[in-house]
Design a protein around this ligand. Structure first.
Ligand code: PGA
Length: 255
């Protein structure tokens, strides 16, 4: 039985003060909605990781904090970047890697994603590895091959016992921030292919333990249909994670 996960990706939204308020609002609702049946992860902007983590620590909220990116080197002359020891000390126990926005706007490739996954595992921070096809790839019909080749490349050289701690998020680019969610069956088809690809590499015992999330316009109105799919273990949520009300509803739908 895989423990569901609901992860909020705040992207480049919320100032320090706004982040504290939203974290507090989510925290206030936690007792009413969930305890440890679901892994709740909030990924604020890098500069707000510490503040959000402090709110959760102070309130003993059953939620953890993640970063949206990292560099694979532990330190050095990489202006504008943050290392894994830095995000970890700030309070991040998770880190999103390979988000399609980073692949598109910041030249992230499967090779850099793979370096980050390896460095995160080495550094004791669990990766949430994002994969997903564009509309053009979907319409061309070879999306399963595209997504599974991303998974293979992103996990190259990652050992069995390390892979277990990773989460994969399937985020079709055509569904991100567009309001156009993948149908539950469409999401299930790709999430099942991702799990089969992981089973190929690591065996079914490990792939059955690994969580595969769906992301792309997930919201209270469509979460039930997605969560009832066999290979969907939770969500990576952008827009609907920016308000406590909708986000806690998504968490509740995991239980
Ligand atoms: P969205 O974003 O929920 O706003 O579509 C999801 C994501 O990009 O992680």
């Amino acid at each position: 039985m895989r423990k569901p996960m609901m992860a909020g990706n705040w992207k480049m939204n919320k100032t320090w003060a706004e982040s504290v308020v939203l974290a507090q609002q989510i925290s206030n609702r936690s007792r009413e909605y969930w305890d440890d049946q679901v892994d709740v992860v909030i990924c604020p902007a890098m500069v707000n990781i510490k503040a959000v983590n402090s709110v959760f620590e102070f309130d003993k909220t059953p939620a953890s904090v993640g970063a949206q990116n990292c560099h694979w080197e532990p330190k050095g002359a990489f202006t504008g970047e943050a290392s894994i020891p830095m995000i970890r000390e700030a309070g991040a126990s998770w880190c999103i890697v390979g988000h399609s926005e980073r692949r598109e706007y910041f030249a992230e490739t499967d090779e850099t994603v793979n370096r980050k996954v390896a460095a995160l595992l080495e550094g004791g921070v669990a990766p949430i590895v994002c994969v997903g096809e564009s509309l053009a790839v979907r319409e061309a019909g070879d999306y399963l091959e595209f997504v599974t080749s991303q998974v293979r490349a992103d996990f190259a050289g990652i050992e069995d016992n390390q892979a277990k701690t990773c989460v994969v998020a399937y985020e079709p680019i055509w569904a991100i921030g567009t309001g156009r969610t993948a149908l539950p069956e469409q999401a299930q088809e790709v999430c099942a292919a991702i799990r089969a690809c992981l089973a190929d590499r690591y065996g079914s015992e490990i792939s059955d333990e690994m969580r595969v999330l769906y992301g792309g316009s997930m919201k209270p109105a469509n979460v039930e249909g997605l969560m009832t799919q066999k290979d969907i273990d939770g969500g990576l949520v952008g827009g609907a994670a920016l308000e406590a009300e909708s986000f806690v509803e998504l968490i509740a739908a995991c239980i």
